[in-house]
Design a protein around this ligand. Sequence first.
Ligand SMILES: C[S@@+](CC[C@H](N)C(=O)[O-])C[C@H]1O[C@@H](n2cnc3c(N)ncnc32)[C@H](O)[C@@H]1O
Length: 228
Amino acid sequence: MDRRIRDAFPLPAERPDFAPFSWKLDGGGRDLILDLITSRDVRVMIEVGVLYGGSALQWLRHKTDLTLIGIDPWAFDADQVRYWWGNRHAYGIDNLDAGGLSDDAFLNQLLRPEAAYFATISNLWDFRDRFVPIRGRSPEMLHTVAALGVVPDLVYFDSDKELVDLDVCRASWPSAIISGDDWWWSPEGQPDAYPVQKAVQDFAAKHGLTVMNHAATWYLAPGAAAEV
Ligand SMILES: C[S@@+](CC[C@H](N)C(=O)[O-])C[C@H]1O[C@@H](n2cnc3c(N)ncnc32)[C@H](O)[C@@H]1O
C-alpha cells in the first residue's frame, strides 16, 4: 500500500474514548464477497459506506493481508441515530454485539458529538495498520484515492442506491471487481423499484459483465451474459 494514502488520511494518535462494538447491516450473501477476497487474493479493497465498521470487520478479519480503505462522511445527526436505533430490529439487531453496553449506554454513546466517526475508529482500532478511513463522499473521494496511486482489487458499494459511482470506479480501475449490497432494497412506497438492480444491470450490459447475486449481495464478473 502506497504510504501516500496513509499519510493523506491519518488516524487519531490514540484510540478514541468510545467503547467498541460491532454492528453490521448484513442483508445476506456476503459469503460471495468473502469467497472473492480469498479466491482472487484481494489485498486492497475499498468500501463505500462503512457506517460503524461492522462490515469492515468482516472483511478485515477474513484475510490478514487485506488493507481496507473505507469511505464515508460519518455525518449522521441525532435524528438519524435515533431512527436507526428505533428500527434496530429491521436493521439487524441480531448482528449487534454491543460490547457489553446496556441499551441506554449504547444509544447515549452514539449520540455523543462526532460519534459516527470516532466510534467507528474505536471499533476498528485493532485493525488500524490495515484500515484507512476517508471521511468524505463517493464519487469525489474515489477520484482522490485514484490520484494517490491506489489500485484496489475489489470495490464494495454499500451507500446510496443510485450508484453513480460505478462509472468512476470502472474508469479509474478497469480490473477491479465491482460489488455491493442492497440488491433487494426499494424506497418506501415503491416496493418494486429495486434501484440497485437496475443500475447494476444497466452497467453490466454496457460493459459486457455478468451479474452474480445472492441475497442482498452482488458483484460483476467478466462475461457476456447477464444472469442473476
Ligand atoms: C447502510 S450503511 C453501511 C453499512 C455498512 N457497510 C455495514 O454493513 O455495516 C450506509 C452508509 O453509507 C454512507 N454513505 C451515504 N452516501 C455516501 C456517499 N456518497 N459516499 C460514501 N458513503 C456514503 C452513510 O453515511 C452510511 O454510513
